[in-house]
Write a new protein. Structure first.
Length: 219
């Protein structure tokens, strides 16, 4: 399944759906077309990117079912939105958007990197993470984090690093085995002693998780 279809499958039915950093606008179209939201807001920091969504969603925009906003993160999005999707950008960028804006009532995030930092931020900010998994489109692997504001939750170290549901998902171990091979191949490169030490630490960490997986016996 392609990444966008997979993303759509994680979205809950809601009144007002917002796709922040929407680019093409495919997800809002899926939500509106399938009656999964009453109305939608699409936003992007780039006018050029937002234009693509405006063209795709023109019928919904003229029917007042969709609003397109050119802005940084959530800065011009009202708190009345029910569910916010932020996908395809880094975890640190998502944290910045939430810190400068607000944590939505319900959210779906698909960070391209630094998913661990995003989980930490959400848990420290009173969020409940419902789904915290990994999926693949057959080419790449993506972490997906969905949940809601307002219910404290505690995570262990590995859950924080990789996601609580990933640890029970065979796709995750496929991903981790590939990461291990990639990192081991980096050892052949020239690098500073500090970088090598850090790389060795990461390799050891992955090997420990993979060893734990053998104990879980899920493959
Ligand atoms: C790789 S695209 C992802 C598009 C779509 N969300 C997806 O998952 O396919 C990244 C988009 O994020 C937008 N973007 C990056 N930083 C942003 C920010 N702080 N606020 C709003 N949009 C942002 C970019 O302009 C670009 O259109």
């Amino acid at each position: 399944m392609d990444r966008i279809s997979k993303l759509c499958s994680y979205l809950p039915r809601c009144k007002i759906f917002a796709d922040v950093a929407c680019d093409h606008g495919y997800v809002a179209k899926y939500m509106l077309k399938n009656g999964l939201c009453d109305s939608a807001v699409v936003s992007d920091i780039s006018e050029k990117c937002l234009k693509k969504a405006e063209i795709l969603l023109a019928d919904y925009i003229s029917a007042n079912k969709c609003r397109a906003v050119c802005c940084d993160g959530l800065k011009q999005i009202g708190r009345e939105v029910d569910c916010v999707l932020i996908a395809g950008i880094g975890g640190e960028e998502i944290i910045k958007i939430l810190s400068e804006g607000f944590i939505p009532k319900s959210f779906v995030f698909q960070p391209m990197k630094n998913a661990g930092a995003l989980r930490k931020f959400l848990l420290e900010n009173d969020c409940f993470i419902g789904t915290d998994d990994i999926f693949t489109d057959g080419k790449k692997y993506y972490f997906i984090i969905s949940g809601m504001k307002g219910m404290a939750q505690k995570y262990g170290k590995e859950q924080l690093l990789y996601g609580k549901d990933s640890l029970d998902n065979p796709v995750f171990y496929e991903y981790l085995s590939k990461e291990l091979a990639k990192k081991k191949s980096y050892l052949l490169n020239k690098m500073s002693a500090d970088s090598r030490r850090d790389l060795m630490r990461q390799i050891k960490q992955i090997e420990e998780v993979l060893k734990g997986e053998a104990g879980r016996n899920i493959r």
